[in-house]
Design a protein around this ligand. Structure first.
Ligand SMILES: NC(=O)C1=CN([C@@H]2O[C@H](COP(=O)(O)OP(=O)(O)OC[C@H]3O[C@@H](n4cnc5c(N)ncnc54)[C@H](OP(=O)(O)O)[C@@H]3O)[C@@H](O)[C@H]2O)[C@H](O)CC1
Ligand code: K
Length: 543
């Protein structure tokens, strides 16, 4: 699991160590230099003679960078520091000069920004040491101008808030090659974090130079895990400098071994009800495929049984695809309501196929609001056409699975003036808002999928871009329904667990897509077909 703490929590953890004279900056800068040397060796035969440009800001982030530059210079690297402020870290500057590095005082000659950007763009490596956790708002002033000039020269990055986004990058902390190999331009290493991202919320308020690697100190920060900034961080390396942040992390990311560790493996005493039965209200005569996809995914994720609820023609299609499914009503341990159901609330909509009523019934049972049922409340997945069926207030064991447009619609129906673009620009904020307004756990689908529950947020970046295809959401709903059913009582008793299980479902969904066709296009049904082997692979990784 990768845990991220806010800038304030990191600073609070640094303070006692700094007060005790711990050499945090030396540890950080040396580790940074070691990583840059490794990246250089992965990209060229000799380190000696390589060119490294340091972008240096006014604070300690720049101090880290200058000290790291001194280590590189002493190993024969040609290091040039570009100073964007007249207040750069004095000790770092002395160290760099003492090691033979050169200095370009851009602050004194801002008119040379274009020429300096040309030089930096021709370096082997650029270290982005303009801003760290002291950032406030969009990158401004000379630092902002320099980054904007570099972005246009390196052709990867964010020119300004709301502009086209950079290419997706990997969050692969151990990948030797770091993130995506760039056809041209320097290898960009962000110091602590890419300068100009929202440190605690992952927004991109202004120009940001996309990194191939981020070397972050002490702990990951939320902005490195959260969309949209998570797409410009490259491979993330967390350097231990002795910090121990207090309190719960603000954002977490499950890794495969975490999901394998808690996957329920049936034993001799198990039967379908101990494994979990999923009640599925999905699909209509207009959209029967969603029911087939969700049912296939639920069955293949290892549910005890799926009870399908829907019209006869759709039931026939589901049974033809998955004969394991039953249409008899009865006890279930989770409900999945909404895939392939129209999002109108109109009961009289012929396209509704009676699914809104069936969905309302399922959610009422799931919430424990239906007197007379012999079983207690159970978790629920509320997707697509299920979202308008939600009550004003819902239990946290309900997991909503909107994409950005559906979330905007849900929020507007509860009085917020928000549209898809707003959600995509600040997904954590709006997912949190939806959790506050509905009471439910919110899984906001996207290139990086967020899950917000009662005890914080999860950010999963396991999905290849190929997963943006019709039916993928129906498959996720099925996977999630099975995973919730398997731990139904535990989740109702401790509702914060719903978010962690949902994050796990997102990880399984993404890994199954990768397994279905590594590096290439996938069909949603093939993703469902790849789930059994994906789960087996997770179980092999149990710590
Ligand atoms: N404390 C330590 O010994 C260690 C710190 N680490 C590294 O330090 C940074 C945090 O350093 P800090 O000095 O607190 O802040 P920054 O370096 O991030 O930058 C602050 C300066 O940047 C200016 N600033 C703020 N926002 C912007 C912006 N949007 N655009 C341009 N410039 C901005 C700010 O200017 P003011 O006008 O506010 O003065 C400051 O001058 C941390 O990230 C680590 O890299 C080590 O990791 C551990 C040891
Ligand atoms: K930085």
């Amino acid at each position: 699991m990768i845990s991220a703490w806010t800038a304030a929590d990191v600073r609070a953890a640094e303070e006692p160590l700094l007060a005790a004279g711990e050499p945090l900056m030396e540890r950080a800068s040396f580790a940074l230099a070691v990583q840059v040397l490794a990246d250089l060796r992965a990209r060229r035969r000799h380190v000696r003679g390589a060119r490294v440009a340091l972008l240096v800001g006014a604070g300690n982030n720049g101090g880290d960078t200058l000290h790291a530059g001194a280590v590189l210079a002493r190993r024969g690297v040609a290091v040039t520091a570009v100073l964007t402020s007249d207040r750069v870290h004095a000790g770092g500057l002395v160290a760099l000069r003492g090691a033979g590095g050169t200095v370009v005082d851009l602050a004194a000659t801002p008119e040379r920004t274009g020429a300096v950007a040309d030089d930096a763009a021709g370096a082997d490596v650029v270290l982005d040491g303009l801003l760290g956790i002291g950032a406030r708002g969009a990158l401004r002033g000379l630092a902002g101008d320099l980054v904007s000039a570099l972005v246009s020269r390196c052709a990867v990055g964010v020119k300004s808030a709301g502009s086209e986004r950079s290419e997706p990058a990997d969050f692969t902390p151990t990948a030797p090659g770091g993130g995506r190999e760039r056809e041209r331009g320097p290898w960009v290493v962000a110091v602590d974090l890419p300068s100009g991202i929202g440190v605690d919320d992952g927004t991109l308020p202004g120009p940001v130079l996309a990194a191939d690697r981020t070397v972050t100190f002490g702990a990951a920060k939320p902005g490195l895990l959260l969309p949209p900034a998570a797409r410009v961080v490259g491979a993330v390396t967390v350097v231990d400098i002795g910090l121990d942040p207090a309190g719960p992390p603000a954002v977490r990311r499950l890794e495969p071994a975490d999901v394998g560790a808690y996957w329920p493996v049936p034993g001799p005493a198990d039967h379908k009800y101990t494994r979990g039965v999923v009640g599925l209200v999905a699909g209509t005569a207009t959209y029967p495929g969603a029911a087939v996809l969700a049912a296939s995914a639920a069955v293949r994720t290892g549910t005890g049984m799926v009870r399908y609820r829907g019209s006869d023609p759709v039931a026939r299609a589901v049974l033809a695809a998955r004969p394991e499914v039953v249409t008899a009503t009865g006890r279930v341990q989770s409900w999945v309501v909404g895939p392939g159901i129209p999002t109108t609330r109109d009961r009289d909509d012929p396209a509704d196929d009676g699914q809104h009523d069936r969905g309302r019934g399922g959610l009422a049972v799931a919430a424990g609001n239906l007197p007379g049922t012999s079983y207690g409340p159970v978790p629920a997945v509320v997707d697509a056409g299920g979202l308008p069926l939600l009550a004003e207030s819902n239990p946290p064991w309900f997991v909503l699975t909107p994409h950005a447009g559906e979330l905007a619609g849900l929020l507007r129906s509860r009085g917020e003036d928000v549209h898809r673009d707003d959600v995509e620009a600040a997904p954590l904020h709006w997912a949190r808002r939806a959790h506050e307004l509905t009471g439910a756990t919110v899984l906001l689908k996207g290139g990086v999928t967020l899950v917000v529950g009662p005890d914080g947020a999860w950010a999963q970046a396991d999905a290849p871009g190929w997963l943006a295809t019709a039916g993928a959401g129906d498959v996720l709903a099925g996977i999630l329904g099975t995973m919730l059913a398997a731990r139904s009582e535990e989740i109702v008793a401790g509702p914060a667990l719903a978010a962690e299980v949902a994050a796990g479902a997102v990880l399984v969904h993404g890994l199954a897509a990768e397994r279905a066709n590594p590096g290439g296009p996938v069909a949603a049904l093939d993703v469902a077909a790849a789930v059994p082997a994906t789960v087996a692979g997770l179980l092999e990784q149990r710590r």
